[in-house]
Design a protein around this ligand. Structure first.
Ligand SMILES: [Zn+2]
Length: 638
């Protein structure tokens, strides 16, 4: 065999062309799968079109690399094996290799699929997609074969024009099929009659007062240690007079998912907030949160289409939250800092969104503040501006209760890696966490006393952030080696944050309307972790957070084995004299509620509170990139 028939440089363009072609087909199929998982996208043809265009484009970029790699591989193989991999003879082994590799990817996808939307036919679709790739490869090989067979086998030739004709037909068929199946699964959602829903609210309990204090990431074992030392007096009295339990989170303990499940009684597949962000490719009208993992899509987006990657917002939520339902029942509500509450929704009361302070984005960069959607009503923002504190406003005195104040620039921990992104250092994260808590504390106390809403919730991220960055200094024994100097300087930050939270809790308890039922909730717990994504040691989420409920309508001095995050909204609705919706995944916590109350008011049911599609259009903001950066700092995304 002569050298000329081996893979040469002039085969490289062909290899790249094949790579781009086959990978954009894979991207197209991935886009169809995203349509299947996010059926509401199919209601807008523009979104559908730009989704498919974008996934095809992103994978075409991947195809460029695949084309080059395959060429290199065949260049080497043709020399080692002395095989004729050139020109047309290059296509067949190329396609066979591609089919084998993509087969492995599909098997991987089938084994690791994060299919939150159920449906066993899902893997059949994967098989169908894979078969279509093989069919394409086979057709292309046939269409490129020499046209004359002396052996006279009367197999029909596939010409290139035929190949392209079949391709076009294929795209039309598979596209229509996907639109059809997605729209069928989308119409599964039953909507209720607004009149019926209104009528079901006639027994609403106007006198009920409920307040939720959210301690993101609070961990029972830390709380118990502190209680044993006589700390946390306010939480202690609530535990003693109320019901307490480990609070069971969701399989994914990411904060926006769990807090939204707490506020809706629904699983993420229903409420639509399934991550810290969602995606909206250029040209799309609405966004999507669910996409198949394991195909490198996220990496491609962050590299080649970063503006498509958006932090979670209140418009990502697809169903009503408890504050929407209570507002419809004419009960007053007040929200402070709740996850995924920006832009602030119109409610019967007030909303201070989660972008009021700087835990979600970094004020060191150019964005000093966001004007739009920070509060509802928007005029509140001016009234509250005095409460919003920048991280560098922290004083030595404020700092000194958490760590020794040095009266100047604080030295970073000894185990701090200089190569890390500067703003990820624990000291800066502490400043962010503390000043945000101060901001929500000030705004919360002020607004509660001014409006005294029937439903009030105030959220603090401090425990979560501090646990991510300071866990190893508080429990150094769980790690291989933590510098002693760091343990001495920063060992108190974590427990002091709990004490600080308890103090704030006490301030709210002092101003709450007499007879208010109070809940202290954390969306997950914490444990140690050696996080591979961030090079420093850190705390990591655990499945169980804390649940404490105390007040006239709860049992007294009761400890339960477990409470589920999904049961909060149904339970609160019942206390407010409202029915629980059948489409909620949680139930009324009959063990927790006072027995006399349950005797008089047995739980009521309604089909659903949903009256129509909640458009999941995203609201972009100039701070999006910074929000992403902060979420990255906590180690949640790559
Ligand atoms: Zn959390």
């Amino acid at each position: 065999m002569s050298d000329t028939s081996r893979t040469r440089l002039k085969d490289l363009p062909l290899s790249i062309l094949l790579g781009i072609g086959f990978c954009s087909l894979l991207g197209f199929l991935l886009g169809l799968r995203i349509l299947n998982w996010n059926p509401d996208l199919t209601t807008n043809l523009q979104s559908t079109f730009f989704l498919l265009l974008s996934t095809s484009y992103l994978y075409a970029i991947l195809g460029l690399i695949v084309g080059i790699l395959f060429w290199v591989l065949f260049f080497i193989l043709s020399r080692i094996l002395g095989k004729d991999f050139a020109g047309r003879k290059f296509v067949k082994p190329w396609i066979v290799l591609y089919c084998v590799l993509s087969g492995l990817i599909f098997i991987y996808l089938a084994l690791t699929r994060q299919d939150l939307r159920s449906g066993n036919f899902d893997n059949f679709i994967l098989i169908g997609y894979y078969l279509s790739i093989i069919a394409f490869g086979w057709l292309l090989i046939r269409s490129l074969q020499p046209k004359t067979h002396l052996t006279g086998n009367r197999r029909r030739n596939v010409t290139l024009p035929k190949f392209f004709g079949i391709t076009a037909l294929y795209f039309v068929v598979i596209f229509s099929y996907t639109l059809f199946t997605a729209s069928v699964s989308d119409s599964d959602v039953d909507y209720g009659d607004p009149e019926e829903i209104k009528a079901s609210m006639k027994n609403v309990n106007d006198d009920m007062r409920i307040a939720i204090v959210g301690w993101d990431g609070a961990e029972w074992s830390i709380v118990q240690d502190l209680l044993a030392k006589g700390d946390l007096p306010n939480l202690r009295s609530l535990i003693e007079e109320g019901v307490s339990a480990p609070f069971k989170s969701l399989p994914s303990t990411k904060s926006p998912l769990v807090w939204t499940s707490i506020a809706t009684g629904k699983l993420p597949s229903k409420h639509g907030i399934e991550d810290f962000g969602s995606f909206q490719f250029p040209g799309m009208v609405n966004n999507f949160a669910e996409y198949p993992d394991g195909l490198g899509l996220y990496r491609l987006i962050s590299r080649f289409m970063s503006q498509a990657d958006l932090p979670v917002t209140s418009t990502t939520r697809r169903c009503k939250a408890i504050w929407n339902i209570l507002s419809e029942a004419n009960l007053s509500v007040g929200l402070i800092g709740y996850w995924a509450s920006w832009p602030a929704e119109a409610v019967n009361g007030f909303v201070v969104s989660d972008r009021f302070t700087y835990t979600l984005f970094n004020p060191r960069s150019s964005i000093k503040s966001l004007k739009q959607g920070q509060t509802y009503p928007s005029e509140l923002l001016n009234e509250l501006s005095a409460f919003c504190r920048l991280p560098d406003s922290i004083t030595d005195e404020e700092r000194s209760r958490f760590m020794p104040a040095t009266g100047g620039k604080q030295a970073y921990p000894d185990d701090w890696d200089e190569d890390q992104y500067e703003d990820w250092n624990p000291l800066y994260q502490f400043e962010l966490a503390y000043t945000a808590a101060e901001s929500y504390r000030g705004a919360g106390l002020y607004l509660y006393q001014k409006y005294r809403p029937a439903f009030f919730t105030v959220y603090f991220q401090a425990v979560d952030m501090i646990s991510h960055f300071f866990w190893q200094y508080h429990r150094p024994d769980e790690f291989v080696s933590v510098p002693e100097n760091d343990v001495a300087r920063f060992g108190n930050v974590l427990p002091e944050t709990y004490r600080y939270m308890d103090e704030i809790l006490g301030e709210f308890l002092n101003v709450l309307e007499p007879g208010t039922d109070v809940l202290i909730l954390s969306d997950h717990g914490f444990g140690f972790d050696l996080n591979p994504r961030v090079s420093f040691r850190t705390g990591e989420h655990r499945l169980h957070g804390i649940f404490v409920a105390s007040g006239p309508h709860f049992q007294n001095g009761l400890e339960l084995d477990e409470i589920n995050v999904l049961d909060i909204t149904p339970t609160l609705l019942h206390l407010y004299g409202l029915p629980v919706a059948e489409d909620m995944d949680g139930q009324v916590l009959t063990d927790v509620i006072d027995a006399d109350f349950l005797d008089i008011y047995p739980p009521q049911q309604i089909k659903t509170y949903e009256t129509g599609r909640r458009v999941s259009s995203i609201t972009r903001s100039d701070a999006d990139a910074q929000v992403r950066e902060q979420i990255r700092a906590l180690g949640y995304v790559n």
